[in-house]
Design a protein around this ligand. Structure first.
Ligand SMILES: Nc1nc2c(ncn2[C@@H]2O[C@H](COP(=O)(O)OP(=O)(O)O)[C@@H](O)[C@H]2O)c(=O)[nH]1
Ligand SMILES: [Mg+2]
Length: 650
């Protein structure tokens, strides 16, 4: 370590520790509030826990560290305060020396909400029933002397007010809490009851509060101090000095006010001041050390404490050395030993206490938020898993349905093809039937036979013409009957196919008898044979007359058969194709609605995918939160691991 480094450590231990403590407090408060806000945004903290954390943050941020100096007058309290804390001003902050003794308890602090000043509370207020604490809030009762921090050299004069006294009648002194000496008429009493110095010094800014108490009498007169402020202080420095030794007054002060509070060596310090006075003349260093040791033992014995707890030092040398930056003198002053004890004992202890308090609160909050996050994590990832499984299942279902729908569509198409083919054949058959059964043709053929009859010169030609006529008519009818039977077959087949392959209900074909047409034709032919092939008729009638007779009695009847057949066949042909078509369109409708239904399932699938994406995003968020939690936890736990810090400092 460099010389400057050790000088630094040796002279600024308290300041450094206080700075570290403040930085630590701020870092801890910042981490806590960062965590608190983060957790609140993430809905991980209930209001109650959040309020508890906020309370901790405020406590950490607004920390005051109070050190009380207790000693009889002129033991060097003011000098020690100057040396320990305010040497950097280059001048005394507090006046010290004969006639400049502080007569009232003086609190030195910094409150940024008020101007730099010395505020003093008149001694008369002791007569009122109001307590010191109540007066604190009562601004008007105080006299205020403004300070100019830019001019430290002017401070001492302003501080003279703390030494002011007044002379009052003995009786009044009593009512002011001062016990007069036997037989005294007039008594000198402090002019002020209490003083508050508000000064923007860096240490004070960091939360240091110094309370300087002027001896037994002042403490005895202010129960507020003896009962609250002194016992509650973070550190108490009790002082005696070697020039006076531990006097009866010192002992009374110690026994009445300090000893009962307890003796934690981290927070209770005993100073034996003015060791420089032991270094008179040409005394050797060894002699001085022996003397110091002797005084320490004597003081320890008088106070009933272990000699190791007594810090022998010289406040004056300490102050001089620090103002001048003189390392050797500082060593001789032994001031640094007290400083180190203060920083190690008090400040480190303070940090430990904070850490313990914060840890007690934070541990459960961290555990709760973590448990909450973990359960969110489990829940969300479970949901993602469930939805993924569902989605896979759905996917398979959709594939099946799609396959089915494609099949249906193909079947539908096939049915249409079948139907179309049927229609083509049907049209052809209708056309063929039209042709075969055309009554016009029947009439024309009849006419042709009439001509043939009329024009035949030989009798035997007539039966030939009649036979040809009937043969032709029969062929036509038989042809038509053949087609009709084909149509019946084709229709039956299509109906069966529709029924079997596409699940349509069967179409019952309408009965359509064809025999009657041939029967009627045969009857007419028989009639004709009787009427026109007989010898008598051939002889009796002229050819022409015979032809006309044939036409009127036979041919027109045959035409009628064709007319009836034509009409009925037309009706029948169109009657059977319609049910097939309506079956087909019903089948198509069903298929379409099934395909549409599948579309809806596909939509639902899209919804499912969207929900799954949402869940996955949520899961990612929770996972990020969980990592962030680790970060917070690590930072906060690290800050609270104060012992590790101490170990690294050592
Ligand atoms: N020789 C010597 N004198 C000191 C020392 N500390 C304080 N004094 C003197 O003792 C007197 C009383 O000091 P002061 O700080 O006012 O005492 P207080 O009444 O306890 O505040 C002053 O004259 C100081 O100069 C010291 O370490 N050595
Ligand atoms: Mg003083």
């Amino acid at each position: 370590m460099s010389v400057t480094g050790s000088w630094f450590v040796g002279t600024r231990a308290f300041e450094n520790s206080l700075t570290q403590l403040k930085e630590w407090r701020e870092a801890t408060a910042t981490s806590l509030s960062g965590f608190r806000r983060w957790a609140q945004v993430g809905k991980l903290l209930d209001d109650h826990a959040a309020a508890r954390l906020a309370h901790l943050e405020r406590r950490l941020a607004a920390e005051k560290l109070t050190i009380v100096f207790v000693a009889e007058k002129s033991r060097g309290k003011s000098e020690l305060i100057n040396a320990l804390f305010f040497a950097d001003l280059g001048a005394r902050l507090l006046p010290a020396g004969p006639g400049r003794t502080t007569l009232c308890p003086t609190e030195i602090l910094f409150d940024p909400s008020r101007p730099p000043s010395i505020r003093v509370l008149p001694i008369e207020t002791r007569e009122s029933a109001q307590s010191l604490r109540e007066y604190l809030a009562h601004v008007d009762s105080w006299k205020e002397i403004l300070l100019d921090p830019a001019k430290p050299e002017t401070l001492a004069a302003a501080f003279d007010v703390l030494s002011e006294s007044v002379h009052v009648a003995a009786a009044e002194a009593v009512s002011l809490g001062v016990v007069p000496e036997e037989g005294a008429q007039r008594v000198e009493v402090p002019r002020w009851r209490y003083a508050i110095v508000n000064y923007p010094h860096p240490l004070l800014r960091r939360g240091l509060v110094i309370l300087d108490t002027p001896g037994h009498d002042a403490l005895a007169a202010e129960p507020e101090l003896t009962l609250n402020r002194v016992p509650d202080a973070d550190a108490i420095i009790f002082m005696a000095s070697v020039d006076a030794g531990v006097t009866a007054l010192d002992r009374a002060l110690w026994v009445d006010h300090i000893a009962p509070i307890g003796s934690d060596p981290n927070t209770r310090f005993i100073v034996l001041n003015k060791i420089d006075t032991l270094r008179r003349g040409e005394a050797s260093e060894g002699h001085v050390l022996t003397e110091i040791d002797r005084h320490v033992r004597a003081a320890a014995e008088a106070l009933g404490v272990d000699p190791t707890r007594v810090f022998a030092l010289s406040a004056r040398l300490g102050l001089v050395a620090r103002v001048a930056g003189d390392r050797d003198t500082l060593m001789r002053s032994r001031l640094y030993r007290l400083e180190q004890a203060l920083s190690q004992g008090l400040l480190h202890r303070r940090r430990l206490d904070h850490a313990t308090a914060v840890r007690a609160e934070v541990r459960s909050v961290l555990a709760e938020t973590r448990a909450l996050l973990d359960s969110r994590l489990t829940f969300t990832s479970d949901q993602v898993q469930e939805f993924t499984a569902l989605q896979n299942k759905n996917q398979r279902l959709i594939e099946t349905l799609a396959r089915k729908a494609n099949g249906e569509r193909a079947r539908q198409e096939q049915a249409h093809v079948t139907m179309a083919a049927l229609r083509v054949i049907h049209v052809k058959q209708v056309a063929r039937l039209d042709e075969l059964l055309d009554p016009g043709t029947a009439r024309a053929r009849g006419g042709r036979a009439r001509e043939a009859i009329g024009a035949s010169s030989f009798s035997r030609k007539i039966p030939e013409a009649l036979d040809a006529y009937f043969r032709d008519s029969r062929e036509r009818l038989t042809g038509a009957i053949g087609i009709i039977s084909d149509v019946k077959k084709a229709m039956a087949e299509v109906s069966r196919k529709f029924e079997e392959e596409y699940g349509m209900s069967a179409v019952e074909p309408q009965e359509f008898g064809t025999e009657r047409f041939l029967v009627e034709l045969n009857r007419l032919e028989e009639q004709c044979t009787l009427d026109f092939k007989s010898r008598t008729s051939l002889i009796t009638f002229r050819r022409k007359t015979l032809g006309t007779l044939f036409f009127d009695t036979v041919a027109l009847n045959v035409v009628r058969i064709f007319e009836i057949a034509d009409r009925e066949v037309r009706a029948w042909m169109s009657s059977f194709i319609r049910p097939l078509e309506s079956r087909l369109s019903a089948f198509q409708e069903q298929t379409n609605s099934r395909i549409e239904g599948m579309g809806r399932i596909r939509d639902a699938e899209t919804d499912l995918v969207a929900r799954l994406a949402e869940l996955e995003k949520l899961l990612e968020e929770v996972q990020t939160q969980r990592r962030e939690w680790d970060g917070f936890s690590e930072r906060i736990t690290g800050l609270l691991d104060v012992d590790r810090d101490a170990a690294s400092l050592a």
